[in-house]
Structures are given as C-alpha cells and as structure tokens.
Design a protein around this ligand. Sequence first.
Ligand SMILES: [Zn+2]
Ligand SMILES: [Zn+2]
Length: 131
Amino acid sequence: MPMIMNYKCSNCDFELPSGWGGYTYVVDAKGKRIVCPHPVELSIIEKVLGPDVSREERQRKTGFNSHCICMKCLKQFDADFNIMESGEPKDPRRCPKCKSVNVLTENELVGKTCPKCKKGTIQELSTGCKS
Ligand SMILES: [Zn+2]
Ligand SMILES: [Zn+2]
C-alpha cells in the first residue's frame, strides 16, 4: 500500500493534490479515461474491460495519470507521460492552457523551487496515513 503524501511549498500556501502523484485509469469503449481509485482499481478495470480481456489489451487500455503542473501559468491538470512502444509519450508534455512545455509532474516537482512564490521548495510530506 502506498503512503499518502502531501505536496506543498515550504514558504507559501501553494499545494498539489495529496496522494502518491496520480492515479490509475482505464480507457472505456468511447476512449474516455475512467479514474480507478485505490484500492478498488482492479474491480473497476474488470468492470470497464470485461472479465475476458487479454493481458495485452488490458495493458494497452490502462495507464497512470500523473498530477501535473505548468510552471508558467500554474495550471494543474492530469496527464500520462509514460512512453509507449512507439517511443512517444501517451500525452504530449504541454500545458493545455498556455501551451508551455515547461510542465512537471507532481513527483518531478518535489525538491524544485515553488512556481508560485519562487522562494520556497516543494516538499513531499507523509500524512502518516496509508490508503
Ligand atoms: Zn511557494
Ligand atoms: Zn500553462
């Protein structure tokens, strides 16, 4: 079980969604990403894809969305930057709002300078809770 973490600036009130950086998703028949919250992700995947799905198809239709932040305009969004077999990331690393490519995932932001106040550092703090 992963620990639930809080992500916040050491200086200002800036914070990111707590958790462990993102969530598992499954793509339904319409191509929509369905959030699979822990610890019931497996039952949701089975419900969406059906019980007879092959391992390959299941791998292709599931993924991990990371909480991302644009370092330029502070827009927060979810995206999957995992590299596919083609060598391309599943989602382009680009802000949906200002189109900046200066986008970091929550995990990458840990230890970096806060994009809001530019003084503090983003810290990863354990809440002490397990999911
Ligand atoms: Zn800050
Ligand atoms: Zn942006």
